[in-house]
Design a protein around this ligand. Sequence first.
Ligand code: SIN
Ligand code: FE2
Length: 203
Amino acid sequence: MIELSSGLLHFPAFFSRAEQETLVADLRDVVTAAPLFTPLMPRTGKPFSVRMTNCGQLGWVSDTRGGYRYQTTHPETAEAWPDIPALALKAWETAGYTHGPEACLVNYYEATARMGLHQDSDEAALEAPVVSISLGDSCLFRFGGTQRKDPTKSVRLHSGDVVVIGGAARLCFHGVDRIMAGSSTLLPRGGRINLTLRRVTQP
Ligand code: SIN
Ligand code: FE2
């Protein structure tokens, strides 16, 4: 384990190749039940470059009607989200938080997708960590402090890596600068999947 900053923990190769393949198979079922959708920026209506879906009791969605929020149903199908794959919960255990996650956001990055610097602050349970799982192509992950103007650093995240965003880093600014297309053979059509497990409500 590498402490990238206080509370920001990187576990390289947390999942074996076989486990990564199981997770991808589980995620195929998730996406069949809850298709990927393109979220929109609340104010501008600009589409995100990532497509997303969720599993768990709650899912994170964003559009111009309701802004950033968690809800119990898929925004297009209006169905409940499917369950979080059991193997994904193994990563949550690294964080040592007593209560389970309620949401697992699934982001799919094609080769040109990125994620601007932001804080994960839509959760009431800010004492709970956010646990991130990377699958497929590697990415350049950027992280800084709790102020947007704070200096940033970057680290490459590879398939199977886990990052815990907790403690003093829970509200750190972070984002994905770019995807290294072709860096992994896990996903037949390439790209990167990121899962983030979150506790949303106060236990
Ligand atoms: C996110 O911040 O929601 C995603 C981070 C990542 O893709 O590694
Ligand atoms: Fe985030």
